[in-house]
Design a binder for this molecule. Structure first.
Ligand code: ATP
Ligand code: MG
Length: 137
């Protein structure tokens, strides 16, 4: 079994879609083993997306991620990282497969409803940025 880090982004919390997104996650067989709703600070968003700091959309990305509450989560299951990437769908909702979270709910490549870790190393770092070990049950 494996853990991945998930964020329900501000476009989704704004539209009251937390439960709808969680339903798709649970339907896929992933278990929500930690969850909290927070307002990300600019510093937290900049640290979280540091790998994208040289990209032209970085400023816009940090603005968006701090524009409203997010729900940070740890998901657990068999191949959780790859499975959640599949459930999320392509970064750009225009390319996302039918039934995926981004196909159902995302507004644009920027306002794309969810984040999911892309590898075991990033999952571990991302989980540790937002959760203490004893918060994951
Ligand atoms: P995430 O890391 O959020 O799970 P991802 O791995 O599918 O998404 P990345 O390439 O890591 O995509 O990009 C991180 C995030 O940056 C995207 O989810 C999206 O919100 C934003 N982003 C990516 N490309 C663009 C773009 N061209 N314009 C605006 N925002 C973008
Ligand atoms: Mg990514």
């Amino acid at each position: 079994t494996e853990r991945t880090f998930s964020i329900i982004k501000p476009d989704a919390t704004k539209r009251n879609l937390t439960g709808a997104v969680n339903a798709v996650i649970e339907e896929a067989g992933l278990r929500i083993v930690a969850q909290k709703r927070i307002q990300m600070t600019r510093a937290q968003a900049e640290t979280f997306y540091a790998v994208h700091s040289e990209r032209p959309f970085f400023g816009e990305l940090v603005e968006f991620m701090t524009s409203g509450p997010v729900v940070v989560q740890v998901l657990e299951g068999e191949n959780a990282i790859a499975k959640y990437r599949e459930v999320m769908g392509a970064t750009n909702p225009a390319n996302a497969a039918e039934g995926t979270i981004r196909k159902k709910f995302a507004l644009s490549v920027g306002e794309n409803t969810v984040h999911g870790s892309d590898a075991p190393e990033t999952a571990a770092v991302e989980i540790a940025q937002f959760f203490a070990g004893n918060e994951i049950v």
